[in-house]
Ligand binder design. Structure first.
Ligand code: NAP
Length: 251
């Protein structure tokens, strides 16, 4: 388990000329990561299901003076492998490669005992949180390889490492995604110039957190902005030789 190197200070243009795809870019941690990557000079591709939210983030990035952003609407619940292959073709036509992929979109699903967990909810959570990252990673890996120095971040959780009562499919999906991250890091090691690491944001002030802990005072948990040095570090060349690691955003 790792944390951001002490005293890490990204250079202001550390993501210049990088093309970074962010899933779930319309809200929460994904929105702030997209804005932050754009601030550091990246061309950001905003993926998500609610176009109005993506357009809002697009406008926020434009206002920063970065005019290279793109919106790619997709609902991970219904998307099939062909949709990810089409995505790869479109990204290749537009950019020729991608340098970064932040797999961030997820849903919490019901917080309820397994005895009460509906099969439909289970499959929905698995589809969005696990199957969709699998299909996307498979389709986009060749484009990441073309970068010559690609970086993938998957989004983990404390419940990925230790199951917890009532967290159901969300915990299982995060545990499996962590395992998929480790498998790919091992498969790519020394053969494909793409690194892959996971970040556990820990409790973070977003709508997902509010749904999971409705009684909590949101001011008592960090904002997504607090985690951004780690999100930048893992996309920037500063982390070039780091792969297969699980990072805790909260130190
Ligand atoms: P959030 O505010 O709920 O944002 C989730 C994002 O994923 C939204 O942009 C949402 O789009 C998108 N999304 C959900 N379902 C989708 C679908 N079917 N197709 C496309 N996009 C979809 O959550 P967050 O707190 O920022 O969470 C970000 C990541 O951090 C997740 O992987 C989460 O598991 C992880 N995490 C969060 C915390 C925390 O305390 N916040 C702790 C540990 C791990 P819409 O806005 O359009 O619904």
């Amino acid at each position: 388990m790792k944390t951001l190197p002490e005293n890490y200070q990204p250079s202001t243009d550390c993501l210049k000329d990088k093309v970074i795809v962010v899933t779930g870019a319309g809200d929460g941690i994904g929105r702030v990561a997209a804005l932050t990557y754009a601030q550091y000079g990246a061309t950001v591709v905003l993926l998500g299901r609610t176009i109005a939210k993506l357009e809002y983030v697009y406008d926020e990035i434009e206002a920063l003076g970065n005019h290279n952003t793109a919106i790619y609407p997709i609902n991970f619940e219904g998307a099939v492998d062909k949709d990810y292959e089409d995505m790869a073709i479109k990204l290749e036509q537009e950019y020729g490669r991608i340098d970064g992929l932040l797999i961030n979109a997820a849903i919490l699903g019901p917080k309820t005992p397994i005895s009460n967990y509906s099969v439909d909810s289970w499959q929905q959570v698995m589809q969005i949180n696990l199957n969709s990252p699998f299909m996307m990673l498979k389709a986009l890996a060749p484009l990441l390889e073309k970068s010559g120095n690609g970086s993938v971040i998957t989004t983990s959780s404390s419940v990925a490492l230790q199951g917890r009562a009532f967290w159901g499919a969300y915990a299982v999906s995060k545990s499996a995604l962590q395992n998929l991250t480790e498998i790919l890091a091992a498969e790519w090691d020394g053969t494909i110039p793409v690194r892959i690491n996971s970040i556990n944001p820990g409790g973070t002030r977003t709508s997902m957190r509010a749904a999971a802990y409705p009684a909590e005072n949101p001011a008592s948990v960090p904002a997504p902005e607090d985690h951004m040095p780690l999100y930048v570090y893992l996309m920037a060349d500063d982390s070039e030789n780091v792969s297969g690691e699980y990072f805790n955003a909260r130190q």
